[in-house]
Design a protein around this ligand. Sequence first.
Ligand code: NAI
Ligand code: MG
Length: 370
Amino acid sequence: TLSNMIKVAVVGGEGIGPEVTDQSHRILKWFSARRGIPVALREAQYGLIPYLATGKVLPDDTAEAMEEADAILWGATGGPETKEVPPAARKVGSLLSLRSKYDLYANLRPIVANPALADSASLKASVLKDVDFIIIRELTSGIYFGEPRGIETLPDGQRRGFNTQQYTTSQIRRVARTAFELARTRKGRVCSVDKANVLETSVLWREEVTALHQAEFSDIELTHLYVDNAAMQIVRAPSQFDVMVTCNIFGDILSDCAAMASGSLGMLPSVSLGPPDRLGRRKALYEPVHGSAPDIAGKGIANPLGSILSVAMMLRLTLNRPDDATLLEKAVDTALAGGARTADIAEPGAKRLSTQEMGDAVLNALDKVA
Ligand code: NAI
Ligand code: MG
């Protein structure tokens, strides 16, 4: 019955969002039909198109689909479409406001270096060997949300901009808990990144992470790095990491830096998780790390693998099907090993697949193994 179904809202959004999400949607349907995964998929619109029809970027139907969903498969928003919607109408139902509304505080960004892409990556193959780690970025607090903030004029006529970094113990502990729990399902190591030699928020961060570790997660290996050293280590020897946990701004910067180990922004999946309910279920928004890519939107050439690998994360974390998650990751590996390349990961002269053809390549690989 419908009540046993796990509800997934599929929201492609704008730019290349709908193009890549069409492919991950096909993949989800494949798992539903072929592997008996009980998902109820509900497609909904977001952005300029519904704004023109209803006056809202997040129309009521989409808001309802997202509200009732256990998981949201999100595409992207932004680009030239943004200018056609007045800022006030953009703000209501913006992605940032949705993250805040659902308290999606733990943003997980896995970084895997696929050997098939070693030649198109920015780092050399020996550095990329065995790279498989995950950055957990705190997403609902820190300097991006801190008050007071503003730009003021001083008595001497200069202007001064200011922002405030704040973290409470519970905000630190809940994201650290996510990191420790995840490490238990992986290689058992957590590296916490801060700037405790300079910042009070980081001193508290380190104390709280350490206290939680001692109280509940002493089976996990915990290390601490200062953020400047962490940035260097990610480029020098990324294979040393398993789970890295850090605050909002450090996570933002480090994850873009780490992205280069994967070959292309188009390869990267993510999930943002909310607080667990009584049964341990967490509202989750799955999305590729990239944005709406206005420079290639509408051409059908975007890489859908970031969105498709977000479905693998959904299989593992929301749908509780780790074997199926691995199956999908293997299918992506098979497609890449067989030479399937969208333009962003193709070497000069190589055949370039369309977005849809890359989706086909993954589905073909799934058909062969299942
Ligand atoms: P972007 O991620 O959209 O694009 C950066 C570069 O990477 C572009 O050259 C683009 O063509 C390329 N690229 C991105 N995804 C790709 C894919 N799947 N396949 C092949 N190439 C790909 O970032 P940009 O250009 O800074 O932002 C464009 C818009 O997207 C902005 O309005 C921004 O605010 C928005 N954005 C939205 C996000 C979201 O919806 N979660 C996240 C990041 C940006
Ligand atoms: Mg960023």
